[in-house]
Structure formats: structure tokens, C-alpha cells
Design a protein around this ligand. Structure first.
Ligand code: IMP
Ligand code: MG
Length: 172
């Protein structure tokens, strides 16, 4: 295995999450909001971020998509698990691990708008890789902009492995 280098430490990630949470708390105010994680990659970020949100009217939900085969974009996105909460007419915040081509998120947005009809959608991504963007979308909150490296850890996988690393790394 090639050597893994640290891109963002656990401390750097937690610090940034606190800053983002402050902004999201302002957006949420006292409204009822459903915060949605795109599984599996977003789960660690989601769990850390959610605990920094202070409203008592937050519901959790999950959507699962598959778009990657062997670390390469298959170009196709499939929803393998749909939401279970009723979000019609509600504000939602969707949490994603990384925006690369943006095709996964575009598909999620179209699906959610069409089938679930929330009143307002905000996008929060931990990592933003703009080099390969194909879809015309921008996140409302971004943890870090990163160059075109394949990154792992803190939920992000290398063929399903390494999601459990407490930091974000890349292979040199
Ligand atoms: P997109 O559809 O190209 O934007 O890709 C988004 C999905 O691809 C994310 O939800 C990730 O699961 C995965 N992905 C993209 N880049 C990386 C990476 O550098 N490391 C791990 N997963 C990645
Ligand atoms: Mg993935």
C-alpha cells in the first residue's frame, strides 16, 4: 500500500465543523428542519456536525446512493435507500462527504425535489473538489476546497475500506 498522508487532521476537521455549525444554526433558527445524510460517506461528518446544531426541532434522515465502481465514477447514480421521514413543505439540509463531478448530488436533488417536495433545500459538503465538476451546482456550506486528490478517511472510502480513519488522508 502506498503511504497515506494527512490532508486534514481530526482537530482541523472539528474546528471547521464548529464554524459551519454556527452558520447552519443561524439558517435553522427555530424552524423545523430535517437534516439528511447521503450514505455511507457522509455519516461521520454528519454525526459530528449534528451534535453542534442546537435546535430542538431537528429530525434525522438518510438517503443512500451508489455512483462509484472501483474508485472511478460510473457516470450513473442509483438511489439504494430513500428517505423515511415526511419532508413535504419542510426545510432540509443535505449533508455530503464530497462534491466531485457533482452528478451524485444533482441526482439526489432532482429525486428529492420531485418525490419529496421540501420547501427549501440547503447543501452542506465537507470537501469540495472543483476540478472535475460537471453538474451546475454549488454548496451552501463547504468544509474545505481540495485539489484533485483521491482522499480517504473520516467516512470516505477506498473501495469500502478506510472509512474509519479519524482524519482525511490521501495516497502519495
Ligand atoms: P460525484 O458524483 O462525482 O460528485 O461524486 C460524489 C461521490 O463520489 C461522493 O459521494 C463520494 O462517495 C465519491 N468520491 C468522490 N471523490 C472521492 C474521493 O476523493 N474519495 C472518496 N470518495 C470520493
Ligand atoms: Mg463513496
Amino acid at each position: 500500500m502506498d503511504k497515506l498522508k494527512v490532508l486534514f487532521s481530526q482537530e482541523q476537521i472539528m474546528h471547521r465543523i464548529e464554524e459551519i455549525a454556527e452558520d447552519i444554526n443561524k439558517y435553522i433558527g427555530n424552524d423545523e428542519v430535517v437534516v439528511i445524510a447521503n450514505l455511507k460517506g457522509a455519516i461521520i461528518f454528519y454525526a459530528d456536525l449534528l451534535r453542534k446544531l442546537s435546535s430542538t426541532k431537528i429530525r434525522m434522515d438518510f438517503i443512500e446512493t451508489q455512483s462509484y465502481i472501483d474508485n472511478k465514477s460510473s457516470g450513473r447514480v442509483k438511489i439504494t435507500r430513500d428517505l423515511s421521514e415526511n419532508i413535504e413543505g419542510k426545510k432540509i439540509v443535505i449533508i455530503e462527504d464530497i462534491l466531485d463531478t457533482g452528478l451524485t448530488f444533482e441526482h439526489i436533488l432532482n429525486h428529492i425535489k420531485y418525490f419529496h417536495q421540501p420547501s427549501d433545500i440547503k447543501i452542506c459538503v465537507l470537501l469540495n473538489k472543483t476540478a472535475n465538476r460537471q453538474a451546475d451546482l454549488t454548496a451552501d456550506w463547504v468544509g474545505f476546497d481540495i485539489p484533485d486528490h483521491y482522499v480517504v478517511g473520516y467516512g470516505l472510502d477506498d473501495n469500502q475500506y478506510l472509512r474509519n480513519l479519524p482524519y482525511i488522508g490521501y495516497f502519495n
